[in-house]
Design a binder for this molecule. Structure first.
Ligand code: MOS
Length: 709
């Protein structure tokens, strides 16, 4: 592929500050907005008095429920149409003023009267009312094959445990922001979104406008991880309402504290998992029950137990998802939704089983390799998991794995662990337009957006490759609903979705040129000047995967070495070796970078990240990046990433997704390594010092062999 290891083509724009992010758009006469937030946990808003706010110098407008009644009812507008408080900090109004300070001052002066109702702030308070989710029930609600209860009774070994994962928040560096203005009956919206077209659809529906009258622009994103893909951000619509009424552009940017409550979260899970084996280490049964939190105003359930249905060969499997409603923010997908929490449970349980069976953890997984999808009883489009185990194990040096809790390196107790990861390979409908300019350069357009993962670059590569021109001759335009409709950036789908559409567009362009009489040896630049002096363009369109007779997934194997301080129990990930099979690798540099980014997110989930809720009030404790810990550079281990190139002839272009894969599996790989280092099994995330402190011996075991010798 053209410029195989090409660096991001927009990189120079970003590092020189010339890439314009949504929050940097500053139209003339722009007002600033601030949110008025509920001070109760649950109840009704019975009165809003903004008379004091209106006396704030610079105050221009205040918007609340009364001004939003005309919005079309939907899940996106329920929270701003009905004066009901579902969680603390929920916005109950918005102020607009000449300056940000004035807007915030005015917001603080808005008096809100409530009638409070009893609230439920934790899932254990709501256990009695757990219910099966209605959303996408056939996919995630419950599944059953064989007779796992009977199989578990007759199993040689049963490992049955409860695993728990915490609430996490996405926290891209760039918070959610909207800058909007009206041009007559049309509105222009610059916003940080993983879906310009999805955002346009929400706005058009809410305001009962033709979609063509709404333009949504997002040229660059400072990260997303899921919180900008799910459109649970109805307060944007209050901003649009205020802009229309005042006739002025308005800008609303969330604070870091608001990023903890207003844009979704990874839901808390409690997973009861039983895995049964025969004496040879073959899985005979899996039961995987998931309990997870959702809000009192919306329903969301990760596909957490789904991994247990198809990652391994197993004749008897039952999965169940249940939800409980709490007065907490709405959960939404967060990087590696489903597989991140799900593999933590399953891959921890396999490690426990390997130890009890006396079988090497890699060997146990190899013995249970699923040569097809046992859940749907269909073949994989491709599955190179066995090769991933082998390559990663070799590069890691797994064959030299010492016995558990026997190795020290100075003050560090050393452990090795591994786990499998997987993620479905999806595609969405996509259109791509390719234009050959009179000067022979190429412009490519697609109404998707680049989260920062390299979408600009890889689309340029696809087109340069297909047309046989240097990468430097290709310009890519993304992030605007004036462009042909492209996919939402989520679920690791964008590259795979663009590939067939781009190929169709370049094929169509070549066909047009041939019809116009392009010479066999002629360059594109010469041809366009001679036969199409105004330039020429073509479009390509691709549909989603049908995925009926075949199952498409990416797979990987992740190996880690951790150190646990013998006296202080500090946990450090020292190195990560991983092999990933994601179909055809278009740009190894960007792919490795995505895997490393994914793994770092997983390290954060495993060892650091936890959104803490005060159980009595439902409020978030420590809603800042000093208290909510994320991995920093000093926490980074050495990464060794192996890319297993696959020839997947089912998927168009053979391209599978990359983004999510590294953020699953790593959690169990680390937990398993911690167990190997210390003998302590921790079955909840995050795993912290306090989980290991009391387990450690009083002094460093000096008699053990040292790795540094
Ligand atoms: Mo994603 S969690 O589908 O951005």
């Amino acid at each position: 592929m053209s410029g195989e290891r090409a660096r991001r083509i927009e990189g120079a724009l970003k590092v020189t500050g010339r890439a314009e992010y949504a929050g940097e758009v500053r139209p003339d006469g722009m007002l600033h907005a601030a949110l008025v937030q509920a001070e109760i946990t649950c109840g009704d808003v019975v009165g809003i008095d903004d008379s004091a706010a209106r006396h704030t110098p610079g105050f221009v407008d205040q918007v609340s429920y009364d001004d939003a009644r005309s919005l079309a009812p939907s899940t996106a507008t329920a929270l701003i149409r009905e004066p009901v408080v579902h969680f603390p900090g929920q916005p109950v109004g918005l102020t607009a003023a000449d300056t940000l300070l004035a807007a915030r001052t005015a917001a603080a002066r808005v008096r809100v009267d409530y009638v409070e109702r009893p609230s439920v702030a934790a899932i254990d308070q709501a256990l009695d009312e757990a219910y099966a989710p209605a959303m996408a029930g056939r996919i995630i609600g419950a599944s059953h094959r064989g007779d796992p209860a009977v199989a578990l009774t007759g199993a040689h070994l049963v490992v049955r445990n409860r695993y728990q994962t915490a609430v996490n928040n996405h926290h891209p560096m760039e918070p959610h922001v909207v800058v909007c203005w009206w041009e007559g009956e049309q509105v222009v919206v610059h916003t940080s979104t993983q879906a310009v077209y999805g955002t346009r659809a929400i706005i058009a529906h809410a305001l009962a406008m033709p979609a063509d009258d709404v333009r949504v622009v997002c040229r660059y994103l400072g990260g997303g991880f899921g919180c900008k893909g799910q459109l649970w951000w109805p307060w944007m619509l209050w901003t649009l309402t205020a802009s229309k009424r005042t006739g002025r552009p308005i800008r609303l940017e969330l604070t870091r504290a608001q990023m903890f409550t207003l844009v979704g979260r990874r839901q808390e899970t409690v997973q009861d998992l039983a895995v049964g084996f025969d004496a040879t280490g073959r899985l005979v049964a899996i039961e995987h029950d998931v309990l997870a939190q959702t809000s009192t105003h919306g329903e969301y359930c990760d596909t957490t137990a789904e991994v247990s249905r198809r990652l391994y060969a197993c004749p008897n499997v039952r999965t169940l998802h249940r939800l409980v409603r709490t007065n907490e923010p709405q959960p939404i997908p967060m990087r590696a939704p489903g597989t991140a929490p799900g593999t933590f449970a399953l891959e921890s349980a396999l490690d426990e089983a390997a130890e009890q069976l006396g079988i090497d953890p890699v060997e146990l997984r190899v013995r249970n390799f699923a040569d097809h999808d046992h859940d749907a009883d269909v073949p994989w489009s491709s599955n190179s998991l066995l090769q991933c185990y082998q390559v990663a194990a070799d590069r890691f040096g797994w064959a030299q794995r010492p016995a558990s809790a026997t190795v020290v390196d100075g003050r560090w107790r050393i452990g090795w662990g591994m786990a499998t990861t997987c993620y479905p390979a999806h595609r969405q409908p996509c259109r791509v337009r390719v234009r050959l300019q009179p000067d022979g350069t190429i412009v490519v357009q697609c109404g998707t957006q680049d989260m920062g993962s390299g979408t600009y670059t890889v689309l340029a590569q696809m087109v340069a490759d297909a047309l046989g021109v240097p990468l430097s001759q290709v310009t890519v335009e993304l992030g605007d609903t004036l462009l042909p409709e492209g996919p939402f950036s989520g679920g690791s789908q964008v590259t795979a979705s663009m590939f067939p559409a781009a190929r169709q567009a370049t094929d169509a362009l070549r066909a047009q040129l041939a019809e116009l009489g392009m010479g066999h040896d002629e360059t594109l630049a010469d041809a366009v000047q001679r036969i199409a002096p105004d330039g020429i363009e073509a479009e390509g369109a691709a549909t989603a995967n049908a995925d009926i007779d075949v199952r498409c997934m990416s797979f990987g194997a992740i190996f880690t070495e951790v150190g646990v301080d013998a006296d202080l129990a500090e946990i450090r990930v020292r190195r990560v070796t991983a092999a990933f099979a994601t179909g055809r690798v278009l740009n190894p540099l960007l792919t490795e970078s995505q895997h490393i980014g994914g793994l770092i997110g997983g390290i954060g989930m495993t060892l650091l990240e936890q959104t803490v809720t005060d159980r009595s009030s439902g409020r978030i404790i420590g809603d800042n990046l000093a208290d909510y810990l994320v991995p920093v550079h000093a926490d980074m281990p050495e990464f060794d990433i192996a890319l297993i190139d696959e020839d997947d002839t089912y998927l168009p272009g053979g391209v599978k997704g990359v983004g999510m894969l590294g953020t699953a599996g790593i959690q169990a790989a680390i937990a398993n390594a911690i167990h190997h280092a210390t003998g302590t099994r921790v079955r909840h995330l995050p795993i912290r010092i306090e989980d290991l402190l009391h387990e450690l011996p009083a002094t460093t075991p000096g008699a053990l062999p040292s790795m540094s010798e």
